[in-house]
Design a protein around this ligand. Sequence first.
Ligand code: ADP
Ligand code: ZN
Length: 543
Amino acid sequence: TSLSLSPYYNEIMDKLRGVFKLSQFRTNQLEAITAALDGRDVFVLMPTGGGKSLCFQLPALCTSGKTKGVTVVVSPLLALMKDQVDNLHKKRINALLSNAETVGEDWQQLVKSENKPDLWYVTPEKLRDSPKVNEILSILYRNQKLARFVIDEAHCISTWGQDFRDAYTALGSLREKYPSVPIMALTATANRRTVADIVLQLRLKDHASFTQSFNRPNLKYYVKNKKGESVIVDIAGFIQSKHNGEAGVIYCNTRAKCESVAASLRERGLSAAHFHAGMPTEEKEFTVHSWQKGTALVIVATIAFGMGIDKADVRFVIHHDMPKSMSGYYQETGRAGRDGKPADCVMYYSGGDASRLMSQIKKTEGVTQDSIERQVNAVLEVMQFAQNTSECRRVQILRHFDEDFSKADCARGCDTCEADRELISTNVTQHAQAALTVVHLLQSRGDSITLPQLRAILRGSKNVETLSKQHDQLQQHGHCKELPKELLELMLSSLISYNMLTNTRRANRSGFHTDYLELGPNAQELLDNERDFVLNWHRNAEQ
Ligand code: ADP
Ligand code: ZN
């Protein structure tokens, strides 16, 4: 194709194989790299794990591009930058990271030395505030030694998003200060408004845009409520009837579970092997190898399995236990059907799974309170997904990535779309008003409230948090007790999607970011009885 005719192609392929030791590009990588070397502004939207780093690391090493010199990389998290730079050093790539301590020496390396780094990682705060960094940039610019600016996690520039970072705003002036230096912006946030905002604020001009939907059309999604002992019977029956002789992965949450599930499957005549981090290296390698060549068909593994293991014809991925986060779920199910042919993803969940995960998280030693809260919220999100049987699974999964997906495009590719149950229409105006009133009351008292807290109040929960915050004293406590669970969930998510409630990420006192509810711009008309709130929903057959 025309990409292989570009003047950069040979050098690109050399670096891919020689430096990164990879054999082929993933979706949009070659396209983005070629556009960057052509000196264009580039926008890249890729799911997490899609391979964004290569899109800017590889061109940084090329000398055949229209602009030459140092690639300046701005990224929001110092820890992630350190990781990247360490990995680059392992590949013998000359990369430099500027943090508070090092700018003095950077000066030598960036300005004086002939041996300039190919990549220079800078935090947005340093770029905005450090006179030294700005002086170095001006000198490099004058000497035409700036190849391009790379803005990673570019959605941090947008106040629409949840991860807005003040210092990112200053990146808007790069174009003005260094007009001839191309800019590459990358993000995994697919929200249209945010994308438009990134382009506008970074002042990208005539940019090459590479976006992809996060939807995996060939995967079918099923979520099942665990019913005790029957899970293994269910799984064995599913494999025998739908995937006889085909390869698949079953994820379990503990090593012991991997071993026992694999053994039960073997007892039922299936070719299964277990895999987890506690096994000796040779045994792990042997297991992976026999799965890859097809002598073992089903691998029963912890999430330690999968990273860097490529097998295109995986026909099913089963979560025997509830996954820890939606991103994890997406990545693990994403290992099915890489060849583009149909594949099934089945998740089993239970309240017991969720509480086991929670207590595991809380028991972990040496982690911060913030990290614990983040992980707990991630489990709650999976639980909400599992229980929400009135919405298309794809719509829910893709919403996690800020992508607006239309249910019609699911083409009955999930359990909820397949079920196609009778649609019920219910007027929940008073319930919705109660929800808004609670948020309004707490907001006006200067208290904050999260979605799980609001749910607990409306359901009349007497859990510790509700009692300790005296939320049970509110008149609205228990106001939605009679609503079926799935209808309450739909009501809450609809209040957010109709902008009657906003769920905004903010730092709390300890600096941890949580989503807090506030009244949205459309709340008043509902509170003023100017409209009804009617929902169309499906009754959950399983409950
Ligand atoms: P992102 O930043 O989009 O989340 P990364 O750049 O960290 O993703 O890449 C995710 C993983 O995919 C890394 O392990 C990376 O080495 C791997 N990867 C990236 N591009 C390719 C490719 N073309 N072939 C195989 N693996 C790749
Ligand atoms: Zn669907």
